[in-house]
Ligand binder design. Structure first.
Ligand code: SAH
Ligand code: SF4
Length: 392
């Protein structure tokens, strides 16, 4: 290993250790039952072995929970009644509670999910306007440690990480809401067929839980989403990008938003730690990116801040040679936000310059703005419960 790799590995361990401090409380219910959702196959095997069940039961349960979406052991027709009862005494197949569900005039649906300890996060389902399917935008943390100037979530300090059960649970509960688990006899169409990790929080500051959850949703015998249908968005946690690429291989989106360090330092303060040059180098190393699987650079359009011709030209220079596309995101306002979205002509000019350079640069249509469900508008009332300092 060379010195740079060593440094990255050290930094990565530090990030993982810090992240563990914000882990969710234990999944056991007050009555002692445990939630099976979010356990990986090995953990499920341990739980079942502890009650004297053979390993083949893992596959059976997995199918009922993740392929059929069943939450009631009594509906597991391939399992005999006595075992169904034994399972129900010890376990549950949980879902986060949908405390509020709002549907936008454009059909976008926002869920406020309440978890077992009362903390809350938001999830958004964005139907495709043309095809009969859509994307579920999932949160990875309650709040965020980063404080990007344009982001509503960034005004809510980090309360805690979401656990794998809560991350998988958001997707499963959203599917429940559309009644789209297949019946035992036939398959139903899957509207909710894509995941974007673009909700509240920075997924790479909660890597272990996010990775575990994504491995569960990618498992072919359960939910079975292909890694090509999952996009992880990061504000640029460079040391974790290689690991996410190697272990998960999902699509990568990078929240770039500025092409000069002085401006990015201000808009995305994480840039002071991992500046643009390092971020682009990490993108170049990201495994599996190709012309068929491009890295998405998200670029928020802020009036008079980052939307000039010079910015567009510098963007082209920065990402030259990378299999990339640029998503231009008109700024979505929220109560108290200080920015304005760029004028339509500035957005069109920016898009034209980038696409004339041969880089695809669609302008993202804001979805669900009326219910504060669009990019960067998510926030909940949850607050961090501070530990009382020990006296004496
Ligand atoms: N923390 C991750 C993922 C969540 S944010 C990240 O920052 O990438 C998802 C996307 O919404 C990011 O690109 C983010 O920069 C963008 N965003 C944040 N606030 C926004 C706003 N007010 N308007 C439009 N996009 C915003
Ligand atoms: Fe956190 Fe992403 Fe919002 Fe920045 S844009 S504050 S990283 S959620």
């Amino acid at each position: 290993m060379n010195a740079i790799t060593d440094l990255t590995a050290d930094e990565r361990s530090r990030i993982l250790a810090k992240s563990a401090l914000f882990n969710p409380p234990d999944a056991a219910l007050p009555d002692g039952r445990r939630d099976l959702v979010g356990m990986d196959r090995a953990e499920l095997g341990v739980e079942l072995a502890a009650i004297g069940e053979k390993p083949f039961r893992v596959k059976q349960l997995w199918h009922w929970m993740y392929h059929q979406g069943v939450t009631d052991f009594a509906r597991m027709s391939s399992i005999a009644r006595p075992l169904q009862e034994k399972l129900a005494e010890r376990f549950i197949i949980g879902r986060p509670e949908a405390a509020v569900v709002q549907t936008s005039t454009d059909e976008t649906r926002k869920f406020l999910f309440r978890f077992r300890d009362g903390q809350e996060a938001e999830t958004v389902y964005i139907p495709d306007p043309v095809e009969d399917r859509g994307a579920v935008c999932i949160s990875s943390q309650v709040g965020c440690t980063l404080s990007c100037r344009f982001c509503h979530t960034g005004t809510q300090t980090l309360v805690r990480n979401l656990g794998a059960p809560e991350i998988v649970g958001q997707f499963m509960a959203a599917r429940d809401s559309y009644g789209e688990w297949p019946s035992p006899k036939g398959e139903t169409p899957r509207l909710l067929s894509t995941i974007v990790l673009m909700g509240m929080g920075e997924p790479l500051y909660n890597y272990e839980n996010v990775a575990k959850a994504m491995k569960i949703v990618m498992d072919g015998e359960g939910i079975g989403l292909s890694r090509r249908r999952i996009t992880l968005s990061t504000s640029g946690v460079v040391p974790m990008m290689d690991r996410a690429g190697a272990e998960l291989g999902v699509n990568l989106a990078v929240s770039l938003h500025a092409v000069r360090d002085d401006l990015r330092d201000e808009l995305v303060p994480l840039n002071r730690k991992y500046p643009i040059k390092e971020l682009i180098a990490a993108c170049k190393r990201y495994p599996g990116s190709s012309n068929a699987r491009r890295i998405t650079f998200e670029y928020i359009m802020l009036k008079g801040v980052n939307d000039s011709e010079a910015d567009a030209r510098e963007l082209i220079r920065l990402i030259a040679g990378l299999p990339a596309k640029v998503n231009l995101i008109p700024f979505n306002p929220w109560p108290g936000s200080k920015y304005e979205t760029s004028t339509p002509s500035a957005v069109a000019r920016f898009a034209r310059i980038v696409s004339d350079a041969g880089i695809s640069a669609p302008v993202r249509t804001p979805r669900g703005r009326d219910i504060l469900a669009a990019c960067g508008q998510l926030k909940t009332e949850s607050q961090r419960v501070r530990a009382t300092p020990l006296s004496g």
